[in-house]
Ligand binder design. Sequence first.
Ligand SMILES: [Zn+2]
Ligand SMILES: [Zn+2]
Length: 164
Amino acid sequence: MHPLTNVLKYNVALLLKPEVGATLGLDVDEVHQTLGDLKVDYVRGQLLLTRTTRGVLATGQFHTALQVECVRCLEFFHLELQVRMEEMFTFTPAADPIYFIAERWLDLRQPLREQILLTLPIHSLCRLECKGLCITCGQNLNEGPCSCDTEEIDPRLAALKKLL
Ligand SMILES: [Zn+2]
Ligand SMILES: [Zn+2]
């Protein structure tokens, strides 16, 4: 087996023999991971594996970052996220929960992807004060003002100006 395939997958053989309640704490520190259709810059945090009667409970807190598109200016930027996880991995496949320990390997990638998707804001902004795009010419206003005459947008203001 190629060593890279072990990234974000954990061999839980050590946890299979001990009694229920036995725990295993692990540091997670991986860069450039592909979680299904998600590409993350890094995943860092703590993972705690606890032996239960039905399998292994994986709890963790992670920092991660990924590229997302700003809803205002449509530029891609790196969004940092804090992700919590609490997932049950059963010894045998079960409909609920959906994760199970295959050949003693606990694969964190799929549940991590799910948690990231749940944590992602619906409207991601590259910055709070993102100016967005000019509705007339499409220029990214974060890069500077465009040459559109903004006074034309409100004809009432223009009419008022003529009176002055
Ligand atoms: Zn933006
Ligand atoms: Zn413009």
